[in-house]
Design a protein around this ligand. Sequence first.
Ligand code: CO
Length: 425
Amino acid sequence: MTNHDNADKLISFLNSAHSVFHAVDRISRELDEAGFCALRESEAFRLEPGRSYYVKRNNSSLIAFRLPRKRFTSARLISAHTDSPVLKIKPSPIDTSSSAYSTLNVEVYGGLPLFSWFDRPLSIAGRVFTEGPDGLQEHLVDIDRDLVVIPSLAIHQNRQVNDGWKISVQKEMKPVLSAQVLSTDFPSLLSRQLKLAENVRLLDYDLYLYSRTPASVWGLDGEFISAGRLDDLMCLWAAFEAFKASGPSSYLQLAAFFDNEEVGSGSRQGALSDFLVTTYRRILSALGFSYDESCAAAASSMMLSADNGHALHPNYTEKCDPTNRPVINGGVLIKYAANQKYATDGCTASWLKSLMNRKSIKYQSFANNSDVTGGSTLGNLSAQRLSIPCVDIGLAQLAMHSAWESAGVSDIDSLLSLFSAFLED
Ligand code: CO
């Protein structure tokens, strides 16, 4: 059997990270325990060499960094994204138009295969905002029990279901909440579920559905892991674990975890925002670097941007590139794209291969089939704001963006080894 200690730890992380806000909260709590000092963007950065810090934006993106004891001339950056494609609950969502049930009105966040959300237990997680004696407050919410289901239509009522089925999110994907016609509004219903005090009013929320199907390690040798949100919490977890465990080095070590990758990164807290560049500049400015010195340090730095990529699919081998055929447990993906959707080039990839060869870390190359449009990721977007040489990497997976994705157990170990080597080398 494949050793799955790290897969078990990843599953424990996934079970605590049912929304983007929970993922960032879990990371920040672990950083607190590890002695990192929390900074606020709204206050001046006061930093001491040899110490470690983190800063959040919107409670859905987070940058952590560890300062060397001595003055540094370059940085090592790792990045991943905190969000995954999900269904988001709209305002005023309770729909009783069937006259027999209460359903929830939802919309799609990111690109997801809709069929994968039918007929499985779902729940609700995210954050709510309340007003009460203590003023406006933000609270994490995870209902954490089987709460809603999106039932599919019986085959007898849709004989064409196996011939290709165009799904209307608005009509067909309203999750069923109750077998009654509810007369209450959603904030009141949530307030009761959350047992809010009488004098506390729920004003608004950012709430998402998540799959309750438990994560699993499976396969003849236990070589696969399946769960929701492996893209990109698998890479994020490995990056975070390696970053947390790393000791101080001669580099500025920085880990950036961005929200909103699945909707193009163009938000206040996404990879296209100024979060990374302002944090980087503020760190160097607080340490007394001149503008010129901080530009020189950026040019001497290196970044690994980690996001999952597609493995060769046994039933659709024609979708894969004919000569770059990444496999599950084949090691870390180095991702290439001529259109620069991946920031990797021959120079940065050679640098990384040299490191991985020295450390005996398995790797493989990923390129899109030339007739199949690929996705995009973080590397080239953050490089538009803070230009640091970058390699786009990831892990091979199947069923990307499904409610239950599959990947390789020993690939997690390869990625952890790479991040540790990269930060400390
Ligand atoms: Co991704």
